[in-house]
Ligand binder design. Structure first.
Ligand SMILES: Cc1cc2nc3c(=O)[nH]c(=O)nc-3n(C[C@H](O)[C@H](O)[C@H](O)COP(=O)(O)OP(=O)(O)OC[C@H]3O[C@@H](n4cnc5c(N)ncnc54)[C@H](O)[C@@H]3O)c2cc1C
Ligand code: SF4
Length: 455
């Protein structure tokens, strides 16, 4: 049974809203706590023994410890507690899905009560040291060892900073003009306004001992073999540069866009009102990227934004909180629908045909045969990313992979002696900023043991 909508002319243009409206729509998603709000929230903490919130934090921050320091007015000490475990504690305070990590685990998170606002308290403490530009970490005596860090995202920078603290020299190879990885080019603009990503990078580099080589890509300008021979150790943190395709004909139609590419453009745009925006936007996917592109399209003035996901809401990678956030921003969510055909006119996408889906008796996702079509001016693909191995052939040939990502052990060692890896490019992770930071830290500690002859 087909339900074909009437075709309207394609409508993609900039300035759908005034610059003021756009600025308001992209303002801080969670405004910071005031000093009195911070004290009230800190007072709600029970300072639990073997705190479940700390166990739920991928970087193991001593959460009751930093909250206690906020209570006693010691913001520098509080930030030190946070940043000693997670050097990107400022960014993570803004972007961590706390509702499924520390705050979900908080013992105050009951039907009658609400969790301690750990994310906002973390931001309160770390913002204070960022604003005061307080240096918190010093380098140990120089060891004379040099480590190559491939990729200047959260994993690479966390590794570089910890190595620098331990007295080693880190050389970061980064193809892009700016460091920060997806913190700079991917995270939704309303989560990290006012160039927080750039300021955090500056803070991290401030320790010294980290050399940055921009414009250099592994596989293009340098090989893993060379890095292994020229450095005492190598850390691979090159993330996921590839985007999964829909596997449909006509994916090259104008208006069918990779969500991460558009988000990168949006994050770097000096004037967001100049970005072309569709009136009717379809987002295909069910994770954080899908939510982010949908909400940001609405914030730029798209009239109708619909996320279409092939399974149910329960199976979406985006948390329930994020789904509800998108819905409160006017995003529609359609589930149990898989894209089957893109249709266009004059080389531009005009509509997407979807087939309803269901789970078969053996639990497999299957089409029901019933289709429907939605008109679209822009279709965003947000169905996941992958490592662009075709650009990293020299690495893929020598390092062991698991499910198309790098296989690592608990210390983030790869199959190659002297090579560690972490962040999104390794297998078994959860593709979160905080986990990439943890990988970088764990790898740095392991590299340090190795260089000192203990591993
Ligand atoms: C749109 C989007 C929104 C997200 N939102 C959130 C969020 O709100 N909260 C959250 O916790 N997580 C979020 N994530 C996930 C999070 O951003 C990642 O898990 C995290 O950035 C991974 O860090 P990384 O260092 O492994 O990789 P990246 O951040 O991708 O950094 C990798 C770096 O390596 C560089 N590189 C790539 N190829 C090469 C090469 N060949 N040689 C050298 N360097 C190379 C890249 O340019 C980049 O700087 C989001 C992801 C996306 C895509
Ligand atoms: S679980 Fe909640 S109450 Fe207990 S220490 Fe953590 S933040 Fe405080």
């Amino acid at each position: 049974m087909k339900d074909e909508p009437a075709k309207e002319a394609s409508d993609v243009r900039p300035a759908r809203l005034s610059a003021e409206q756009i600025a308001a729509n992209f303002s801080d998603m969670h405004p910071p706590l005031t000093p009195s709000e911070a004290i009230i929230d800190a007072d709600r903490c029970y300072f639990c023994y073997d705190a479940p919130c700390t166990r739920a934090c991928p970087t193991g921050i001593d959460i009751p410890g930093f909250i206690q320091k906020i209570r006693s007015g010691n913001l520098k000490g509080s930030a030190h507690t946070i940043l000693s475990e997670n050097i990107m504690g400022g960014m993570c305070a803004r972007v961590c899905p706390t509702e499924v990590l520390c705050e979900e685990a908080c013992v105050r998170n009951t039907h009658e009560d609400r969790p301690v606002r750990i994310g906002l308290l973390q931001r309160y403490a770390t913002d204070a040291v960022f604003e005061a530009r307080t240096p918190l970490f010093a380098r140990a005596a120089a060891t004379g060892k040099r480590i190559a860090i491939v990729g200047g995202g959260p994993a690479g920078l966390s590794c570089a900073h910890r190595l620098a603290m331990l007295g080693h020299d880190a050389v970061v190879f980064e193809p892009k003009a700016k460091l920060g990885g997806l913190n700079e080019y991917g995270i939704a603009a309303y989560k990290t306004p006012d160039d927080f990503a750039g300021r955090e990078v500056e803070f991290i580099l401030g320790i010294g001992g980290i050399e940055v080589r921009n414009g250099v890509a592994l596989g293009r300008d340098v090989t893993l073999k060379t890095l292994r021979s020229e450095y005492d150790a190598v850390f691979l943190g090159f993330g996921l540069a590839g985007v999964n395709g829909l596997g449909l004909a006509d994916e090259k139609l104008e208006g069918v866009v990779d969500a991460v590419d558009y988000i990168a453009q949006l994050r770097q745009a000096p004037d967001k009102s100049r970005l072309p925006v569709g009136r009717r936007v379809i987002v295909i996917g069910g994770g954080m990227t899908a939510i982010d592109i949908a909400v940001q399209s609405r914030a730029l003035g798209a009239d109708e934004v619909t996320i279409v996901y092939r399974r149910g809401q329960e199976q979406m990678n985006a948390s329930r909180y994020e789904q509800e956030f998108a819905q409160t921003r006017g995003v529609n969510v359609r589930t149990w629908s898989a894209p089957r055909k893109l249709s266009g006119a004059g080389g531009r996408v005009r509509a997407v045909e979807f087939e309803h889906t269901r789970l078969s008796a053996d639990g497999k996702l299957t089409g029901t045969g019933q289709t429907y079509a939605l008109e679209a001016d822009v279709v965003f693909k947000a169905i996941g990313q992958n490592v662009l191995w075709e650009r990293l052939a020299d690495t893929a040939e020598i390092v062991a992979l698991s499910k198309e990502r790098i296989a690592v052990d608990a210390e983030r060692k790869t199959s190659l002696a002297g090579v560690w890896a972490g962040g999104d490019c390794v297998a078994g992770g959860d593709d979160l900023t905080v986990s990439a930071v943890q990988d970088g830290k764990v790898a740095a500690l392991s590299i340090d043991r190795f260089l000192k002859g203990g591993a």
